[in-house]
Design a protein around this ligand. Sequence first.
Ligand SMILES: *Cc1c(COP(=O)(O)O)cnc(C)c1O
Length: 344
Amino acid sequence: MSTAVLTIDLSAVASNWRHLNAQTGVETAAVVKADAYGLGMDRVAPALAEAGARQFFVAVAEEGAELREILGPGPEISIFSGHMDGDAPLIRDADLIPMINSVDQMVRHVEAMPAGKFGVQLDTGMNRLGLEDGEWQALRDIALEQSPTLILSHLACADEPTHEMNLQQLEQFRSMTAGVDAPLSLAATGGLLLGSEFHFDLTRPGIGLYGGLPHVDALPVVTLDIPVIQIRDVAAGETVGYANSWTAKTPARIATISAGYADGLIRAMGPNARLHADETPVPVVGRISMDLIGVDVTALDADPTSLQLIGPHQSVDTIAGFAGTIGYEILTSLGARYKREFLL
Ligand SMILES: *Cc1c(COP(=O)(O)O)cnc(C)c1O
């Protein structure tokens, strides 16, 4: 078999949720948008429900409907993108809660489902989603009369604890929600770790459940082992891969492994990436191809049958660093071709 194996440790996901939950005195939701950050919502969401999560967030109504099938009745499922045109049947049938982002969405929701549940997302400075202060002032009394499930906002710079934007947004959120008695939420993973004044009534971690920064104490969740398809010797002066971008300075032994940029191993990581054969690091050589990567295994005593890209020796954030990106992008790009194995 030449398919790479992505191992997802569901007990690590559950303990990361418990670990974050233990750092607050309030309710901890679970964000499982984008197929649980690429790991497989159908397995990850039930593991989180079993760990104790009762509130789930996804990006769009279609994801919410899929999640309802997975979880069954009971847990609350909220939609960050709110109520878009055409969403009403999904929202109604799957018992979803849109987080209303605009006056238009509010009107659409109330017209389609007069007694339907909803939350409200406020913009406190990120300028991505949510009602601006003026719109909120206009809508506030009408919205609050209908007992929204949640009033939330999102931090732009929470992964930088000393960034002045965090306190600015906290202040703005407090001022926009003064006197409101609906449940409030401001923090995702980064905000949760900023401290209790950011916790309000509910936190909404995503990346921290899946082993990514800024949750530095997270247990690793993902392991990626890639089979070796072929091994060859190259002489000094020979080149490896497209565009002859790597030249052997001395005789070398090169393993070709079975994964590439079509599996989310983005080309940009090529010149800096390494894998591991047990404890020994081995560097990528030449360009990353669509389905194949060359690795210099000269340092090994024996030919490996597979090499590890993500695991105990290097985290998702380490390999993100090879490509100048973030763990979120690596996780959500992990390809459909991997064989996913789940540890309980
Ligand atoms: C994605 C998202 C989250 C989760 O963020 P993490 O940084 O992954 O913890 C929480 N809230 C909103 C509005 C989001 O879009």
